[in-house]
Design a protein around this ligand. Sequence first.
Ligand SMILES: [Zn+2]
Length: 127
Amino acid sequence: MQFEEMILGETWTIAIVPTSADKRLNDCDGFCDKTSRRILVDDFSMCDDYDLDDRVVHIRQNLRHEIVHAFMFESGLQANWQHPDFGHEETVVDWIAAQWPKMKVVIEDAEKRFMSERQNECETAFR
Ligand SMILES: [Zn+2]
């Protein structure tokens, strides 16, 4: 599976593929190549020793993790930020990837309520 997403104004290609699709997947569950603006995430279909209960949950978590990296790369937070070996602070990336769906619900609801309240204020002001 492959598709494109716009991340901070740049087109990134995202592919969810078997481990055999790229040798770099032998060492990780996914990666973010800032030079080609490409994200690859392992679909674990070729892992004989895969031992988690829900592969889809795992893939979605990894996908969000790599998308967070892409946002950081496009923000100028690249190789020298925090983590001496990988560049990005992996705990922060994981935290954002794990909490983002819940944060998105709260932020969208808060913005909807704020805009609705603003709309009511504007309608009241012009009566
Ligand atoms: Zn990472």
